[in-house]
Design a protein around this ligand. Structure first.
Ligand SMILES: [Zn+2]
Ligand SMILES: [Zn+2]
Length: 237
């Protein structure tokens, strides 16, 4: 027990390196959790290491949304990213986390897709001039509606339940997309990355999200759906 330790530090790219040693019981818990989440999925081309990194990220996301999590000074823990509005709109350039780690504009857009955005207008010296508040996240009622419609991550072949998902804006709200059920799709964090990075498209057919693969995945770009959406019955909300 006395040997337990976690060491972490970031490199010059802002990537976190983590090495840890845990007692047997904690080790068992971590292993069974990560083994379950890191399972290969259909068409999965991730390495074993990448699958375990994604599994770890999923656990972190779930912990961050859990109600029992301790709060920092009354506020829910937040990820703070500073980026210019023009760079965010154009998906170009680099933002920075509160710790000064660089973060790509594309990743900043993905974070902004299902996050409370607190715009802070900075003056010439980098001092905040004005702080506004706008809410771009799905309301609990919308999430419930989405959970009933999508029954979990809506990506074809994915089995993640609603509690493990984020609400992705099909038309990004930066481009005028509204935060309403017809413009939101539940995606697990892995498939949220896929949607933002790999050129998939989502269209609604009879109100059901349908995925159009990029040409390099399917030259015919045949629309696909998660089979769960066509199954009747209750979903676990
Ligand atoms: Zn998104
Ligand atoms: Zn998924």
């Amino acid at each position: 027990m006395a040997q337990r330790s976690v060491k972490m530090g970031t490199d010059e790219h802002g990537h976190l390196h983590l090495i840890g040693s845990f007692d047997t019981l904690t080790g068992q818990k971590i292993q069974s959790l990560l083994h379950a989440l890191a399972k290969k999925r259909a068409g999965d081309e991730r390495t074993t290491e990448q699958r375990y990194a994604d599994a770890f990220a999923e656990v972190v996301d779930l912990a961050l949304t859990a109600k029992a999590l301790p709060t920092h000074g009354g506020e829910r823990p937040q990820v703070i990213v500073t980026i210019s509005y023009a760079d965010l709109m154009a998906s170009l350039g680099t933002g920075f986390t509160a710790w000064g780690e660089p973060i790509s504009a594309g990743l900043a857009r993905q974070i902004a897709c299902d996050a409370n955005i607190l715009p802070v207008l900075l003056g010439g010296e980098g001092r905040p001039l004005d702080v506004g508040r706008s809410n771009r996240t799905a309301t609990p009622a919308m999430r419930k509606g989405l959970a009933v419609r999508d029954k979990g991550c809506a990506f074809p072949g994915c089995d993640r339940p609603p509690a493990w998902t984020e609400a992705h804006h099909v038309v990004h709200w930066l481009h005028g997309g509204e935060t309403k059920i017809d413009n939101l799709v539940l995606l697990c964090s892995h498939h949220h990355h896929v949607m933002h990075d790999e050129g998939w498209e989502i269209v609604f057919e009879d109100g059901i999200p349908t995925f159009i693969p990029p040409r390099w995945v399917d030259p015919d770009q045949k629309p696909m759906r998660n089979v769960r959406v066509d199954l009747a019955g209750e979903s676990a909300v």
